[in-house]
Write a protein that binds this ligand. Structure first.
Ligand code: CP
Length: 314
């Protein structure tokens, strides 16, 4: 694995899952592996889980960590080629990526979608520029279109909570007051296609995810029908891909509540967090014993540690 940008960087997802389960069982087994190595974390956007879990994972491996918050701590970086840089950006990613590579051994980057220009977002200019110009591995901490560390943590969570060999997993759109990227949903679909699950995606009309992710995936526009017999309900809001970045619905009838959960196979409730209570999911569901959102967030340490190990062992 050269970088960890998407599931496509992983040779064998089942092998990686096996390694992740070993990390989960014994997180300090390789606590000398990263000695004298440094993880650089670059944040264009806010984070609670990604920031802390990445630091914790690095410490579990004996690594040092440097965090740079673009905007508040660092220069605004230019990502486009050939730009006359006489506006807000002070430094190009070409230099920044190469220079940061002089200081650290692995770089993690978070840079969300702007949700204004679909081509720009889906070309992944920032992450791809870092991959091109850095000389150390790049880890995607959530880019414009993908959140693979979340998905690997989700895979571990499903594997350790499933009660049958091939569970039914439902990804459901849920309402939200703000326009959110499609990254978590895109990645979840991408990773679940590699897992031993029956995946169903449910959302209102107009919220279809990009075709490159959805080929061969079952879509059910009737949410309650989708929930029927489900073993896992994964809730997430995303803005429209087709009417790019727009909120087409704030329909609270899509909120995950106990009435809908009652038609499932006693399903576990999942969400990547942060979550808007009583908008995305009702209190009674997220506070129920079937909610595994905290364990899921805990597995974010497992996912980044598993990926870091792959680079440190090279
Ligand atoms: N799920 C997730 O990535 O959380 P943060 O945005 O808090 O890092």
């Amino acid at each position: 694995m050269e970088n960890f940008f998407s599931v496509n960087d992983v040779d064998n997802v089942q092998e990686l899952l096996k390694k992740a389960l070993e990390v989960k069982a014994n997180p300090l087994a390789n606590n000398e592996l990263g000695k004298h190595k440094t993880l650089g974390l670059i944040f264009y956007n806010s984070s609670l889980r990604t920031r802390i879990s990445s630091q914790k994972a690095a410490y579990n491996l004996g690594m040092d960590v440097i965090v740079l918050n673009i905007g508040s701590d660092g220069w605004q970086l230019e990502s486009k080629d050939g730009v006359i840089m006489d506006q807000g950006t002070a430094e190009h990613i070409k230099e920044a990526a190469a220079v940061i590579s002089e200081y650290v051994d692995v770089i993690g980057i978070r840079c969300f979608a702007g949700l204004e220009d679909r081509d720009y977002d889906y070309n992944e200019e920032v992450l791809q520029n870092f991959i091109k110009h850095a000389t150390v591995p790049i880890v995607n901490l959530e880019s414009s279109t993908l959140h693979p560390l979340q998905s690997l943590a989700d895979l571990v969570t499903i594997e350790t909570n499933k009660s049958q060999e091939r569970p039914k997993v439902v990804l459901t759109w849920a309402p939200h007051p703000r326009a959110l990227p499609q990254a978590v949903a895109n990645s979840f679909v991408e990773w679940m296609k590699e897992a031993n699950v029956d995946l169903v995606v449910t959302h209102p009309e107009g919220y279809d995810l990009a075709p490159q992710f959805m080929a061969g995936v079952t879509v059910e526009y009737d949410q309650k029908k989708a929930f029927d017999g489900a073993d896992f309900i994964y809730a997430k809001n995303w803005s429209s891909f087709t009417d790019y970045g727009k909120i087409l619905s704030k329909d609270l009838s899509w909120t995950v509540n106990q009435d809908k959960m009652s038609v499932t196979n006693n399903a576990k409730f999942m969400h990547c967090l942060p979550v808007r209570r009583n908008v995305v999911v009702s209190d009674e569901v997220i506070d129920s014993e079937n909610s595994i959102v905290v364990e899921q967030a805990g597995n974010r340490v497992v996912s980044i540690q598993t990926v870091l190990q792959e680079f440190l062992k090279k």
